[in-house]
Design a protein around this ligand. Structure first.
Ligand SMILES: Cc1cc2nc3c(=O)[nH]c(=O)nc-3n(C[C@H](O)[C@H](O)[C@H](O)COP(=O)(O)OP(=O)(O)OC[C@H]3O[C@@H](n4cnc5c(N)ncnc54)[C@H](O)[C@@H]3O)c2cc1C
Length: 166
């Protein structure tokens, strides 16, 4: 289990490998495939990611809506004078399912966890958009992100783009 087994090289993944092995030794039936692999680079500012990226979306040809706002739209980031970066998310075009999320900015790793929980629970992006998140927190910045549909909403039909480019 862990790195020696070829799992993604993160502490939380090695720990999860242990949980999978332990669960299976005690009668469970868990696997390591198909699980979420979130990560955070603790740079300044942080870069945190989970799920499908734009690059992945282009490769797989999945239709998605792209939401993106600068960290300047995050009121807590403004009070911290840390407005570098952005929040970005991919939502499946035919549903409200969150496919992936990227945060580049102050507290990115903490913001990521909220989106991950929504993804684990299978919540539509509208649940986060419509939640009354505490002001002023960094997580509150998810509201302008998921409300940015009017200005940043974009369905990228990568299958069509690939066809016309061929
Ligand atoms: C500088 C650095 C920073 C990192 N930062 C992060 C981070 O911020 N977040 C994150 O998620 N991951 C981070 N990682 C990666 C993370 O540390 C590893 O993915 C994780 O420790 C892997 O856990 P593991 O149990 O598979 O292996 P390890 O933690 O390497 O554990 C293997 C253990 O086996 C022991 N061992 C080796 N050979 C033998 C032997 N022959 N007999 C007995 N024991 C042996 C070793 O001493 C060690 O204790 C970082 C890694 C590095 C190097």
């Amino acid at each position: 289990m862990g790195e020696v087994a070829g799992s993604p090289q993160f502490t939380h993944i090695s720990v999860d490998d242990f949980r999978v092995v332990y669960a299976n030794l005690t009668g469970g039936n868990r696997v390591t495939t198909g699980r979420q692999v979130p990560y955070c680079l603790f740079t300044d500012p942080e870069l945190a990611r989970i799920g499908l990226s734009e690059t992945d979306g282009k490769v797989t040809g999945i239709l998605y809506r792209l939401f993106k706002v600068p960290m300047e739209a995050n009121l807590r980031a403004r009070t911290l004078s840390e407005t570098r970066g952005f929040l970005k998310t991919l939502v499946e075009a035919d549903s409200d399912r969150i496919l992936g999320f990227t945060a580049f900015g102050v507290g990115a790793g903490e913001i990521l966890a909220t989106v991950q929980i929504a993804m684990v629970a299978g919540l539509p992006y509208t649940t986060l958009r419509d939640a009354g998140l505490t002001h002023p927190t960094l997580v509150e910045g998810l509201i302008p992100l998921f409300s940015s549909a009017a200005s940043a909403h974009k369905v990228v039909d990568t299958r069509r783009a690939q066809t016309s480019a061929a």
